[in-house]
Design a protein around this ligand. Structure first.
Ligand SMILES: [Zn+2]
Length: 472
């Protein structure tokens, strides 16, 4: 999905502050998250899928499991939704529509006569809609934050699961994980790149309702990052491709398949948040280190971040900081001037909490296109007021680190203190006893392989802290 490995590496460093250090990046400007394109399916894979689905449809018809085709067109609902328990403002961006220009390479036209699609020199024209997770796609995928849901009522006519889902290069030749639904009007939808072992238990031939869970967004198959490839056919013969978006340059169909078609530029806020440092992006497919924080006090760094989709030239985001008493502390604006359109981008402001700040819950408020988003953070408020007096938190720094890691301890009450380090698979790879008089410890991690580790402190075999660190 993203544009070339070199560009992405550069963007990680330049735009996403790979090492999470203090900002040498300019605040109040917009940084794009560049989306590379992956072919999604090779020609042979597409041919094989069609053969497989046609056979399944024939078998299901013989078994009486495919209802008679209903001639009225079934409108499609959006094929993604936030998983239960999550409250993000939004979670997606669009990296590619269907390419309606059958020439190639670099002959691209989307349904709206723009160029938000791609093709390749091998004769590939993108034939679906790519919807990616934004921001923190790998982290969202790990958390299972976004469900793929059925766009319409229908029957499961094919499923494929168990393939690796952490692909990053777009060149991967392994199969994707996918589910295929035949709707009551005879149209068929493909949902590809799903997360491994996330597919619904509904069997082939099983009935699916509109909005029913199908799986989780992943990055299986020829993919550069977590996204859904959504492809639609007019009939169960899988010959006539449909672009569900209605527009002047849609060469396939004249009407929208959507019950409620989203605008071509669907500009909006996806997330606003406060951070102790800028997010860091480890090597793919490790989840991003968000460095989100909601509690700050004197001397702390604070980063105010807004993540948006489909930002257009001259669009402005209005920012406000509201004090605990409701008065406005500060306002600023950010306007996109460096590009015509960014599918996904973020901007930040940086500050240090001053001496003697207004104590209490503050609000970071963002207005964009008439929609207001709020985020509350606490300044110098006691955390866990009802808890008995506990030692101050363990501090682990620098994070990320390439070699030495310093761990600062609170005052311990016993002699039975242990440091443990686990890798991402949960395997205990390092253990050391800590003396109760010890105030800090320095570890040399240079021989650790790059990746994420959990550093835990145990007091009387009770875990009192766990810090996630990135070794690079
Ligand atoms: Zn695709």
């Amino acid at each position: 999905m993203r544009k070339g490995p070199f560009i992405f590496l550069l963007l990680q460093i330049v735009y996403f502050n790979l090492y999470g250090q203090s900002p040498n990046m300019e605040a109040r400007t917009f940084y794009p998250f560049e989306i590379e394109h992956a072919q999604c399916l090779s020609h042979n894979q597409r041919t094989d899928i069609k053969t497989y689905l046609r056979q399944n449809i024939t078998d299901l018809k013989k078994a009486g499991k495919i209802p008679i085709q209903n001639r009225s067109i079934v409108p499609l609902e959006w094929p993604l939704r936030l998983a239960e328990g999550f409250t993000d403002i939004d979670y997606h961006g669009i990296s590619a529509f269907v390419d309606h220009n059958s020439s190639f390479p670099s002959a691209i036209e989307d349904y709206n006569c723009g160029a938000r699609s791609f093709d390749s020199s091998s004769g590939f024209n993108h034939s679906g809609t790519d919807i990616f997770l934004w921001p923190f796609g790998w982290s969202m995928m790990e958390e299972g934050r976004v469900d793929v849901v059925s766009a319409a009522d229908g029957i499961v006519i094919g499923k494929l699961d168990g393939n690796y889902d952490g692909n990053c290069t777009g060149q991967d030749t392994t199969s994707w994980n996918a589910i295929y639904i035949r709707h009551d009007d005879g149209s068929v939808a493909w949902y590809g790149h799903l997360k491994t072992n996330s597919l619904t238990t509904a069997p082939i031939g099983g009935v699916i309702q509109q909005g029913e869970y199908l799986g989780k967004v992943g990055s299986s198959g020829a993919s550069n990052g977590p996204h859904l490839h959504f492809e639609v056919y007019e009939e169960e013969d899988l010959i006539n491709l449909v672009d569900p978006f209605e527009g002047d340059c849609n060469s396939l169909n004249t009407t929208s398949s959507w019950a409620d078609q989203r605008p071509y530029y669907d500009s909006g806020i996806n997330r606003i948040s406060t951070h102790s440092a800028l997010p860091a992006v480890p090597s793919c497919p490790l989840p991003e280190i968000k460095n989100e924080e909601n509690n700050f006090c004197e001397g702390d760094d604070i980063f105010f971040m807004v993540f948006v989709r489909d930002l257009l030239l001259d669009q402005t985001i209005y920012h406000q900081l509201i004090k605990p008493d409701g008065s406005v502390f500060n306002t600023w604006e950010t306007t996109l001037q460096s590009a015509e359109h960014l599918s996904a981008s973020y901007t930040f402001e940086y500050a240090v909490i001053p001496n003697d700040p207004a104590i209490g819950p503050w609000e970071y408020r963002v207005d964009f296109l008439g929609v207001t988003a709020f985020h509350t953070f606490n300044v110098c408020m006691p955390v866990d007021i009802d808890e008995p007096e506990v030692p101050s938190k363990v501090k682990v720094f620098p994070n990320p680190t390439s070699d030495f890691l310093t761990i600062e301890f609170p005052q311990f009450n016993t002699n039975n203190i242990q440091l443990q380090i686990h890798n991402v698979d949960g395997k205990n790879i390092f253990e050391q006893k800590i003396e109760s008089t010890q105030a800090e410890l320095q570890l040399d991690l240079s021989h650790f392989s790059d990746g994420i580790y959990m550093v835990s402190i145990l007091e009387n075999n009770q875990r009192i802290s766990t810090n996630r660190i990135l070794k690079f």
